[in-house]
Design a protein around this ligand. Structure first.
Ligand SMILES: Cc1cc2nc3c(=O)[nH]c(=O)nc-3n(C[C@H](O)[C@H](O)[C@H](O)COP(=O)(O)OP(=O)(O)OC[C@H]3O[C@@H](n4cnc5c(N)ncnc54)[C@H](O)[C@@H]3O)c2cc1C
Length: 381
C-alpha cells in the first residue's frame, strides 16, 4: 500500500458511544463497507460513555436552555425505542427545588415543565418527608430514566461485529493529514507497536475529550471547548433512598441517579464534582492530565452538604468514585445547554469532528449525517 491508495471507506476515531453509533450508521444506513474504528483503550465505551451519570435526559435539567430541554423531549422516546434493554424505568424520579440560591422557583419550574410538555406531579407525603422543608421549597414526581452503560457497550460490540466494522483497540490516532486527490491520511500508534498510516476519503473524529489532540494538518475545532476533571461518588444507598433518583435544582446543588452498571447510585454535586477545569487546546492532553491527577475524593464534602437537604444520605456507604474528563462547549457555560458540536474541517475536506454533549444527542448527530452526501470509491488493500 502507498499513502495515495484509499484503504478504508471511513475511519472512525474514538470507540465511545458516538464513534460506535456513527460507525454502525455508516455501515448499515449509508452502504460504507470498509470501516475501521480506532480506540486507545482496551475496550469500547470505557471513557465518558461509561463514566457518566447515566441519565436519559427528558428536559427537566435544562430550565435555562429551552432548546436542549426541547431536544431531550424529542430524543428520549427514540432512545427508549432503540435501546430498550439498556434503559431502566423502574425507579421513582424526583426533582426538588431549593428555597435559597436557586436559579428557579417551584412555580417557574412547573411552568417550564408545562412549556416543554414534560410530566410533573405533586409527590406523596412520605417522599416529600425525605427532604428538609426549611431548605426545600417543593418536590415533584417526574419521568426520567437511566441507562446502563455496560449494556450499551455490549450492544456496540455486537452490532459492530455484525456490520463488519474492524475494531482496533489500544491504538491511538496521533495525526490527521491531507494527501493527494482528497485522500485523508491518519497516523496511528498501536500500544507497543510502530506507527501505521491508514487512508480514507472520510474521517470521523469522535474522541470527545481528545477532539483537539491531533498533529498533521488538523487545525482543531472552531468551537471552544472547556475540559473539567469530574468526580462522581458511587454510593450504596440506605433502603429509604434505594429506589429513587433525585435532583435538586437549579444551582449549587446535587443529583443522585441509579448506576446500573455497578448496581449502585452516583452522587454528583455542582460544587464538588468539578475538581478543576481548563480551556481545551492542542498539546494539553486531557487524558494525560487526568492520569497525573491525584484523585483525592471530595465525597465527605458532598455528603455533608447533601445531608442538610436529604438527611437519609448520611446513612449511605461510599464505595468509590468515577473520575472522568467532562468536555463541554465554552458557549454553554452560562445556560448549561448541551447542543452537539458537528464540524466539517475546511482544511481537511471529508474530516468531521463530533461531540454529543449527552447520550441522547446521537439523534441530532445522525440527522446532520443524513444531510451529508458521501462518495464511495473503490478501496485497495
Ligand atoms: C461526569 C459526567 C456526567 C455525565 N452525565 C451524563 C448523563 O447523565 N447523561 C448523558 O446523556 N450524558 C452524560 N454525560 C455526557 C456523556 O457521557 C457524553 O456525552 C458521551 O459519553 C460522549 O460520548 P463519546 O463517544 O463522544 O465520548 P467517549 O465515550 O469519551 O468516547 C471517546 C473515545 O475516544 C477515545 N479516544 C480519544 N482520543 C483518541 C485517540 N487519539 N485515538 C484513539 N482513541 C481516542 C477515548 O478513549 C474514548 O473511548 C456525562 C459526562 C460526564 C463526564
Amino acid at each position: 500500500m502507498t499513502s495515495t491508495d484509499i484503504n478504508h471507506d471511513a475511519i472512525i476515531i474514538g470507540g465511545g458511544f458516538y464513534g460506535a453509533a456513527i460507525a454502525i450508521y455508516l455501515a448499515k444506513q449509508r452502504g460504507f463497507k470498509r470501516v475501521v474504528l480506532i480506540e486507545r483503550e482496551a475496550g469500547l465505551l470505557r471513557r465518558a460513555s461509561y463514566n457518566n451519570q447515566a441519565r436519559v435526559h427528558n428536559g427537566y435539567h435544562y430550565p435555562r436552555s429551552f432548546t436542549t430541554a426541547y431536544r431531550s423531549r424529542v430524543n428520549l422516546p427514540k432512545f427508549v425505542r432503540d435501546w430498550p434493554a439498556a434503559v431502566t424505568q423502574d425507579f421513582t424520579k424526583l426533582y426538588a427545588i431549593a428555597r435559597r440560591n436557586s436559579k428557579v422557583t417551584a412555580k417557574q419550574f412547573v411552568r417550564f415543565c408545562k412549556e416543554i410538555g414534560a410530566k410533573i406531579e405533586p409527590v406523596e407525603p412520605a417522599l416529600r418527608a425525605l427532604f428538609e422543608p426549611r431548605l426545600i421549597e417543593d418536590v415533584f414526581l417526574v419521568e426520567e430514566y437511566a441507562f446502563d452503560s455496560k449494556k450499551l457497550a455490549s450492544w456496540a460490540v455486537k452490532e459492530l461485529q455484525d456490520c463488519g466494522v474492524q475494531i482496533r483497540l489500544q491504538t491511538r490516532v496521533t495525526a490527521i493529514s491531507s494527501g493527494p486527490n482528497q485522500i485523508l491520511q491518519v497516523a496511528l500508534k498501536p500500544e507497543g507497536g510502530s506507527e501505521e498510516l491508514l487512508t480514507s476519503r472520510y474521517v470521523f473524529n469522535c474522541t470527545y475529550s481528545g477532539l483537539n489532540q491531533f498533529k498533521g494538518d488538523f487545525a482543531g475545532t472552531q468551537t471552544g471547548l472547556k475540559q473539567e476533571i469530574t468526580e462522581m461518588a458511587l454510593m450504596q444507598l440506605p433502603p429509604a433512598l434505594q429506589d429513587l433518583g433525585l435532583t435538586v435544582m437549579d444551582g449549587p446543588f446535587f443529583s443522585m441517579m441509579p448506576f446500573q452498571a455497578r448496581g449502585l447510585h452516583t452522587l454528583s454535586h455542582v460544587r464538588y464534582t468539578p475538581h478543576m477545569h481548563w480551556k481545551d487546546e492542542q498539546g494539553i492532553d486531557p487524558y494525560q492530565k487526568l492520569n497525573q491527577y491525584d484523585r483525592a475524593t471530595r465525597v465527605d464534602r458532598m455528603v455533608r452538604d447533601v445531608g442538610r437537604y436529604l438527611p437519609a444520605v448520611l446513612d449511605a456507604k461510599y464505595v468509590d468514585s468515577l473520575f472522568e474528563i467532562k468536555t463541554v462547549l465554552v458557549k454553554n457555560e452560562g445556560d448549561d445547554g448541551r447542543p452537539i458540536l458537528f464540524e466539517k474541517h475546511t482544511e481537511l475536506p471529508g474530516c468531521y469532528s463530533v461531540l454529543g454533549g449527552k447520550i441522547d444527542n446521537i439523534y441530532d448527530v445522525l440527522e446532520k449525517l443524513d444531510g451529508e452526501s458521501f462518495v464511495l470509491v473503490e478501496t485497495t488493500v
